[in-house]
Write a protein that binds this ligand. Sequence first.
Ligand SMILES: *Cc1c(COP(=O)(O)O)cnc(C)c1O
Length: 442
Amino acid sequence: MKLERESIELLLKALEKLEDGFDLPEVRHDFDHKKMEEVIIAAAERMQNNYPYFHPLFAGQMLKPPHPIAKAAYMMAMWINPNNHAMDGSKASSPMEKEVVSDLAKMFGWSQHLGHLTGGGTMANLEALWVAGNIHPDKTIVASDQAHYTHERISEVLKLKFSKVATDESGRIEISALEEKLKGGNVGTVVCTMGTTGLGSVDPLKEVLELQEKYSFRIHADAAYGGYFRLLDNLEPETIEKYAHLDSVDSIVIDPHKQGLQPYGCGCILFKNPEVAQCYIHDSPYTYFTSDDLHLGEISLECSRAGASAVGLWATHQLMPPIKNGTFAKDLAKSRNAALKFFNKLYYSDHFFPLLKPETDIVVWGIEGKKTSEMSDQATAFFKKAEKNKLYLSLYKYPTSKIKNSKFAIDSEYLTCLRSSLMKPEHDNWLEEIWTRMLASI
Ligand SMILES: *Cc1c(COP(=O)(O)O)cnc(C)c1O
């Protein structure tokens, strides 16, 4: 098959424009072109050893190819190689970062914010919990047992107390269990996962906000995966309402490198209250000189950061702004649509059963059988056979303690299931082909 090459044509046009901006004497380079060609071919050969993450038949882990405009803009920026730590090293790309971060804050309904891009969701969550720890140094961080494992680990790094709350069978934080924790006192921050990494489930933010009035704590929304679903109207009404409440939380993490069509290295942290900037105050004797404007390094834990990430996201926002009913939202709605169609096929199938109704675009399903141990073995065998049929899925271990009213016997601690993140807009059109390969893999 042919790979996407539109980005290369765009890149050449962009470089021509970029070089017009520098009226300087020519630099002669002395690269060994022949050797470089050998090396790049060797690298491409090594890279053949990959699953086709960019292809709709890759319907497993969370992987979505960057948009050609993001790739072209990112690559073009590499000729400048800006560092968005200080304005001195990123005269153009730091202002572009401020614009895209403000676009994301607006998407959540925030008219003011403090925030910046990060290397990814882990760094962004680290900053959120670091600020939470600065505000409530001796209090506990609480997250659900389906929250990303990063929260527990980050709390360990920051030496903050951390406690896990149980989830219901759909993988959402259990409000009664959370209230028990809150009654015990000393909870400083509750992490709400707005789209879990495993099941794509969304924590009940409205109820958590109601508890906040009674018990008073910070709310951090980990929307690394699910943040963009705020733009959709083809979710369940309760889910739409949960995303609508994001304007009331204290901090939000969203990863443009997950659903937002960006190459890796693009996360984002947003704080509602710009005064948290006080936490970041530091004195650098060698960085901030040429501008009185805010240097992003003054409000960020990371120092050097790829300005190219900001340029890629900026270009993407110009083409497809993150607004309701825009092209980006319509493409994301296709992923959601694919998940619903897939769920229906599984529901009416004799061979498979959906574990849950998907809340976003992640579908988890099992293989029909008499007992969970056998069903788990069959799921693993199916996963391998599907790969032979060039359908790439992922596995998910669901705790059988959460299963209610099953037709099958429970004789193992976990039920191994299949899992698909249908996050490419093309998945909607490829569902029939995926289903044909599913049936061929039984
Ligand atoms: C992916 C993810 C993270 C971690 O983000 P990285 O970008 O992989 O560092 C955190 N939380 C959630 C909910 C995620 O889906």
